[in-house]
Design a binder for this molecule. Structure first.
Ligand code: ATP
Ligand code: MG
Length: 414
């Protein structure tokens, strides 16, 4: 778990702002759910046999002896909340969320135990065009943040009947090659055979090149759906690559599954993952409602953005003040300027003018405002341009009445 320091929060806020605006433009409304849920919610939805539920959850008993879990992802909580508050009875829903998620994984670059996601969930939107609209929103968001070196990988997981047929075939095929599988995959063959497709083990990967592929087990309807998704992506000119081995880590996905990846992220390449989960609402006790969503991993996004978005914002005014009366006057005036939306950093040290001026230069403020005994006696403040006027060698300095706020603001905004 890591701290996000002031030098980084600037970038986080910029990204969050862009995301919020774009999601609002696309008709999404924010939902905020608790970080803690009853454990059962995740085991019922994500699936007992997945890595997330099997070995990554932060689970503990609370003082009332209930098993609780820090949310490892957002979808299950959003579905729970939507059901609990009857949102799904109010027609199609477009929801977004953001915040920390918790998984007990091996920490490495782009993988943490507390990490952050921004995600969307749509309910009651069934057509393959909706899949593409939802994908395009993630794609365009990442693009507008300046990431245009990304790849969209697409697969269809078919219906649950398709997957059952394929699962049987896959188990049969691997049983004849059991000894060639890595230990993890041997275990998965019992518990969650589709996850073998996700294996990073080189020997298993080369076996997989020969293994039956899911696409061949899709029924006509599922195949048509998959083709329709591809057609709409082409209509939007969003490039994609079909990845027949893309299965996603959670059990509830069906039909469209996708990931947006970057080659600059090493083995943690996926920035955004998502897909359709038509069975999930019913599984959690609601009536059959289609669902589709994605989640962007914020930390991986930050790695990609590096320092591409503006550095820390500097104050408009660094307020230098010294002397008993001057310090109180400065406190009052700083408050008034802030109320007029000026970014004011008030020096609280009482140190020498020279020291305060040094700090003013360092913080990158546009103006230094000075209030000392001399200024108090004339009812004025001194305003000095700091370093923004590189093109003119002219020294810009004013004396202005400390009581004429309008004139002060006009000078500072000039
Ligand atoms: P991965 O295969 O990388 O473990 P996942 O399939 O477990 O990803 P999802 O549950 O789909 O991931 O979460 C969506 C996104 O959240 C991922 O694509 C990734 O960007 C981010 N993410 C997931 N787990 C972590 C983590 N432990 N630390 C940082 N980001 C994460
Ligand atoms: Mg994972």
């Amino acid at each position: 778990m890591v701290d996000i320091l002031p030098e980084q929060t600037q970038l986080w806020q910029a990204v969050e702002l862009v995301a919020r605006e774009q999601l609002q433009c696309a008709g999404f409304k924010e939902i905020r759910t608790p970080l803690l849920e009853v454990t059962d919610l995740f085991s019922r939805s994500i699936g007992e046999q997945t890595d997330v539920v099997g070995k990554e959850m932060y689970t503990f008993s609370d003082r009332g002896d209930r098993s609780c879990t820090l949310r490892p992802e957002g979808t299950a909580s959003v579905v729970r909340a939507a059901l609990e508050h009857g949102l799904l009875k109010q027609g199609p829903q477009r929801l977004w969320y953001g915040g920390p998620m918790f998984r007990y994984e091996r920490p490495q670059a782009g993988r943490q135990r507390q990490f952050h996601q921004i995600g969307v969930e749509c309910f009651g939107m069934n057509s393959p065009r909706c899949d593409v609209e939802v994908i395009s929103i993630a794609w365009d968001l990442l693009d507008s943040l300046g990431l245009n070196d990304l790849a969209l990988e697409l697969n269809s997981l078919g219906s649950s009947e398709d997957r059952n047929r394929y699962r049987n075939k896959l188990v049969e095929w691997f049983q004849d090659r059991y000894e060639e599988l890595d230990v993890d995959s041997q275990q998965r063959l019992q518990n969650n055979p589709l996850r073998i497709l996700d294996s990073k083990d080189p020997k298993t990967q080369s076996l997989l090149r020969e293994a039956p592929v899911l696409e061949e087990y899709l029924c006509n309807e599922s195949s048509e759906r998959f083709l329709a998704v591809q057609d709409s992506l082409k209509a939007l000119q969003i490039p994609f690559k079909i990845n027949p081995r893309l299965v996603r880590g959670l059990d509830y996905y069906s039909h469209t599954a996708f990931e947006i990846t970057s080659k600059h992220l090493g083995s943690q390449a996926t920035v955004c993952g998502g897909g359709r989960y038509d069975g999930l609402v019913e599984q959690l006790g609601g009536s059959a409602t289609s669902g589709i969503g994605w989640a962007i991993g914020m930390e991986r996004l930050m790695i990609l953005l590096g320092d591409s978005i503006s550095g820390p914002t500097s104050p408009d005014v660094y307020f230098i003040n010294r002397g008993e009366e001057a310090q109180i006057k400065a406190l009052v005036l700083a408050r008034k300027l802030r109320a007029a939306s000026m970014k004011v950093e008030l020096d609280g040290s009482g140190a020498s003018f020279a020291k305060q001026f040094k700090r003013a230069d360092r913080c990158g403020a546009a103006w230094a405002m000075v209030l000392g005994d001399d200024e108090v006696s004339t009812g004025q403040v001194r305003i000095k341009k700091l370093h923004s006027h590189k093109d003119s060698s002219e020294k810009i300095e004013f004396l202005a009445s400390a009581n004429d706020l309008d004139r002060l603001l006009a000078l500072l905004r000039d």
